[in-house]
Design a protein around this ligand. Structure first.
Ligand code: ADP
Length: 608
């Protein structure tokens, strides 16, 4: 009976078995290619419907007696979801994986050997085993489908070495002529070539989908620290009405580390939002609960690491915030692409700061990727974050390798180009300003010896001579203009942060003022102490601090203009030894490296 029947038309199966009226863009071409016995590479964005590209031919071929389709899938949860959904449609599907009882596994293998399965899902590790290949020799195989094929790319963000052995599936005499289809949402032209080469595909039909997501609004915000990030996250969640337990729409907040995910979830809860969190460090039970509560809409916000999301398909995710910049544009688009699956307007907000790149470097050091690859991916991510052009067009250019994509008229660069340009002129200046600025504020209040209105102080520190400043004598402060590079909001936010951390107190109801804590006679001492505690302690830190003070005197600059405390911290942490390495330190641009680079490197060498 093998191959006796001709397969039913794909459209009949699509309609009758899967219940869809028509193929979506790209699907039919892929289906036709494999039904004709050829290979295919399918590049479709997340949510476009890749699974049907092999499930429809698998069903057609099984009905014609051509055997079982083997699907290689990297994630057990994903396999289980798919198998469940297929069985729900009456299709004989099963999976073999490591989390199965032996009995169940034996049953699946027996059904496979009897030729009863239309689709068999296996992990890449399993597929590489000789025992599995021996099994393949005993059963007719209709098709090999390699899902998440970018996992074979060492340049990608999900490298799985076993994927490199998948070409061996067709090295058996019995499987040599079986077609192979590789699918991914994250292929750049380079990765696509790698897929075709590593799987030894035979003149594959290439299906390249439309990577645009016109209903998504892409935005980037430049933030150095968490305070502004949390404020912006709360504001975005508020805008969607997510404080209410009931309603439609939900949000995912992605963080790079588990600790950050917990901190952000706590901040959201503290502000009255029902929010859960999900990361791989939690127990399976806690993860399931978080996922279920989010799926059921009990918590409309989920704060998660990248461990959350593969195979998750909620249609009404209205907001995706990347609280920290991820390690690659591929990872970013895959995660952001989980917004607006129902086609309704949704927002993808990326927070970017130099410290995010440092975090990614630290995370990558524990992985397989070499520094060169990591740097390559981070450079693309940074270009995206710093660009002034249409974000959607940039993403499409990245994924397709062509540069002819129309602007989306929806992202921040399209709809608010001035704001985007400003953000790039002073990317970190609008940040919560860090310990240098805190010291300036404390010293100004110590010098003043009395409390003062918050906004008047903020304006004075930015160099304003407005009446509210001169009326209080603030133009005479030694620190007048010391924070000229920062926005008024950022200075005010930094003052608020000092109040929260109790280094300053707010007094008075009708005309509130801010001042140093304790009786005003002791304010100078308190300020001196507070300022001292923010100074660096170790040898190199002290030397760098002294260096910037000396340079500041020499150049008649403020010391923070030479470089900021976070730059000192970063130099201490990374101990650069070349100018190229210095260039990776936040706050050191080419001009500063040209001016101070050699002296800095010498200083670092002396403190090695
Ligand atoms: P991907 O793997 O590309 O992320 P899926 O295969 O999970 O996407 O499909 C995403 C959603 O689109 C699923 O809910 C699926 O049922 C639906 N879908 C796929 N193809 C079609 C189609 N031709 N018509 C309607 N819905 C489709």
């Amino acid at each position: 009976m093998l191959g006796d029947l001709s397969p039913p038309p794909a459209l009949t199966v699509l309609r009758g078995v899967f219940g869809h009226a028509d193929f979506r863009g790209g699907q039919e071409k892929a289906v036709d290619a494999v039904l004709a016995g050829g290979d295919a590479v399918v590049l479709l964005p997340t949510g476009a419907g890749k699974s049907l590209c092999y499930q429809v031919p698998a069903t057609c071929l099984a009905r014609a007696g051509r055997g079982t389709t083997i699907v290689i899938s990297p994630l057990i949860a994903l396999m289980n979801d798919q198998v469940g959904a297929l069985r729900g449609r009456g299709i004989a599907a099963a999976a073999i994986h490591s989390q199965q009882e032996d009995d169940e596994q034996r049953e699946v293998i027996a059904a496979f050997v009897r030729g009863e399965l239309t689709l068999l899902y296996v992990s890449p590790e399993r597929a590489a085993l000789d025992s599995f290949k021996r099994l393949l020799g005993r059963v007719p195989i209709a098709l090999f489908a390699i899902d998440e094929a970018h996992c074979l790319s060492q340049w990608g963000h999900d490298f799985r070495p076993e994927y490199l052995r998948l070409h061996e599936l067709r090295e058996l005499a019995a499987t040599a002529r079986v077609p192979m289809i590789a699918l991914t949402a994250t292929a750049t032209p380079r990765v696509m070539r790698e897929i075709a080469t590593a799987l030894v595909l035979r003149t594959p039909t290439v299906v390249r989908g439309d990577f645009r997501r016109p209903n998504l609004r892409f935005e980037v915000r430049h933030f150095a620290g968490d305070r502004e990030r949390i404020a912006a996250t709360l504001a975005a969640c508020d805008e969607l009405g997510l404080r209410n337990r009931f309603g439609t729409g939900r949000a995912i907040i992605y963080c790079s580390t588990r600790k950050k995910a917990e901190t952000v979830a706590e901040a959201l809860r503290g502000a009255g939002f029902p929010a859960g969190y999900y990361h791989a460090g939690r127990t399976a039970l806690a993860r399931d609960r978080a996922q279920d509560a989010f799926a059921a809409g009990k918590t409309r916000i989920l704060v998660a690491t990248s461990a959350f999301g593969m195979g998750v398909d909620h249609p009404d995710v209205r907001l995706i915030v990347h609280f920290q910049t991820p390690g690659s544009l591929e990872a970013y688009y895959q995660e952001a692409g989980r917004a607006g699956r129902d086609g309704q307007p949704s927002r993808c907000l990326l927070f970017f700061g130099q410290s995010d790149l440092m975090t990614q470097r630290k995370l990558a050091r524990g992985g397989d990727a070499s520094d060169l690859r990591v740097e390559d991916m981070l450079a693309a991510m940074e270009r995206y974050a710093r660009a002034h052009r249409c974000r959607q067009a940039m993403i499409c250019a990245h994924f397709t390798g062509t540069d002819d994509h129309a602007a989306c008229a929806n992202c921040d660069a399209c709809s608010d180009p001035d704001a985007v340009a400003d953000a790039h002129e002073a990317p970190e200046a609008a940040s919560p300003l860090g310990t240098d600025a805190e010291r300036v504020i404390l010293e100004a209040l110590a010098g003043l010896g009395r409390p003062v209105g918050k906004m008047a102080l903020a304006r004075a520190l930015r160099g304003s001579n407005a009446k509210s400043v001169t009326a209080h004598g603030l133009h005479a402060l030694a620190q007048h203009g010391a924070l000229v590079a920062a926005s008024e909001d950022a200075v005010a936010a930094t003052i608020e942060a000092l109040i929260t951390s109790r280094k300053l107190v707010r007094r008075g109801k009708k005309y509130p003022t801010v001042g140093l804590p304790g009786p005003s006679t002791s304010t100078r001492a308190v300020a001196r102490k507070a300022a001292r505690t923010t100074r660096p302690h170790n040898g190199l830190g002290r030397a760098l601090d002294a260096f910037r003070r000396a340079k500041a005197r020499e150049l008649s600059w403020k010391s923070y203009m030479v470089f900021q405390r976070r730059t000192i911290d970063a130099i201490e942490a990374t101990r650069p030894s070349t100018e190229a390495e210095l260039a990776r330190v936040p706050g050191l641009g080419p001009a500063k490296i040209a001016r101070f680079g050699p002296a800095l490197l010498e200083l670092i060498r002396r403190h090695a």
